[in-house]
Design a binder for this molecule. Structure first.
Ligand SMILES: [Zn+2]
Length: 377
């Protein structure tokens, strides 16, 4: 029997439009490539779509934070009365770890810059690590367990170099048939430096070298290696910030009494407590030229519609290259951002392979299909 390894390599934010600017990337290995439509949201929404093959309205991980009357963070309100010291990034990082432990969260948890008094209106989606079988939605790892497929999955808590090291060790044991290699750091390089910087080019070149090494190692131990290199979304260079919070604060409404809002880096989401608040906020948002309200039909088209409005009764999405600044996810403008409309070309993810990719593979939710096909062969 031929010994086959199906190797899926995830590179966070390596969009197809960026890949096109680096056509030499893995050119000696890959024979086929495809641009894939992403989903609305950030990596924490894209990864469940990739792992499950489902859209946000099916896997229900449309955003990290959602409005809840039973917020597990109500106790954090007291922290808002403490001196500014508690609001520093490092302290928030430590607090995030404490909260994660207290609530037994195994997923990725961060308080970001969400004000402590606002956090008490929200609950959190990623309570469970979805890289281990038994996530709230069916993942490729559940599929492997169900089908007795031995696999290796990178540990997202570890560094890229540690993960590259462990996958090579695993390949040398030659016991696995499926591997998920997790390479998230290009995302951070582009957030800080933009898509056109030398640092970005250097990072892409080093990823090329590292993936080539892993692939060559696999060829030594396996008769056949199906390599897939893919991303979750693209990246835009940021040209300006827009202060949505200031606009909403100018309306004279009271947060918590009239409305609740979550300000992501590119998207503001609102829940209303009375019709006046809804009218005033909607009118204000309609006047902002750098973004638009997503209609019910828009949300249905991109399969992110929730009838109960749990992720927002109104979604306001910025145009590409504009950031909400400041937002609850950061106080400073940065060089690169994603999380724009999935119909925008620069939002597209990519899929590269040394195998033929069928034209029907058009969305990041189709990646799961290719995994199952490879594992069935
Ligand atoms: Zn990112």
């Amino acid at each position: 029997m031929t010994k086959k390894l199906v190797l899926y390599t995830f590179i966070d934010a390596f969009g197809y439009e960026i890949y096109k600017q680096h056509p030499d990337f893995l050119k000696d290995i890959i024979t086929d490539k495809q641009s894939l439509q992403s989903v609305l949201g950030f990596t924490n929404t894209c990864l469940p779509s990739i792992l499950s093959g489902q859209y946000p309205q099916e896997h229900k991980q449309a955003s990290l934070f959602f409005y809840s009357e039973n917020s597990p963070f109500k106790w954090m309100q007291v922290l808002s009365f403490l001196p500014g010291f508690f609001d520093r990034f490092r302290v928030r990082n430590i607090l995030s770890k404490i909260v994660k432990k207290l609530h037994n969260y195994t997923g990725y948890f961060q308080l970001y810059s969400i004000p402590f008094d606002k956090l008490s209106y929200f609950d959190f989606t990623e309570k469970k690590d979805y890289f281990v079988p038994g996530a709230p939605f069916n993942t490729i790892f559940d599929y492997c367990v169900e089908n007795n497929i031995d696999y290796h999955c990178s540990n997202w808590r570890k560094s890229e170099s540690e993960n590259l090291h462990s996958i090579k060790e695993e390949i040398q044991r030659a016991k696995i048939n499926f591997a998920w290699l997790y390479l998230p750091s290009l995302d951070g390089v582009m957030h800080s430096n933009g898509t056109q910087s030398k640092k970005t080019t250097k990072k892409i070149q080093s990823l090329d070298q590292e993936i080539t090494k892993v692939y060559n190692e696999a060829l030594k131990y396996y008769d056949e290696v199906s390599l897939y290199v893919f991303s979750d979304h693209g990246m835009y260079d940021v040209t300006k910030g827009y202060d949505v919070i200031k606009d909403i604060n100018s309306l004279g409404l009271t947060y918590g009494k009239d409305y609740v809002a979550m300000y992501d880096s590119t998207m503001a989401r609102f829940w209303f407590k009375n019709p006046t608040a809804q009218e005033k906020i909607t009118a204000k948002l309609q006047g902002i030229k750098d973004g638009k309200i997503l209609s019910e039909q828009d949300l249905k088209n991109i399969k992110t519609y929730f009838a109960d409005g749990r992720f927002g009764e109104v979604f306001f999405l910025m145009d590409p290259s504009v950031m909400i600044n400041p937002s609850y996810f950061g106080k400073n403008l940065i060089s690169g951002m994603h999380g724009y409309h999935p119909d925008e070309l620069g939002s597209n993810a990519m899929l590269l392979s040394n195998k033929y990719i069928d034209d029907s593979i058009k969305s990041i939710t189709d990646i799961r299909k290719t995994m199952e096909q490879e594992l069935a062969l």
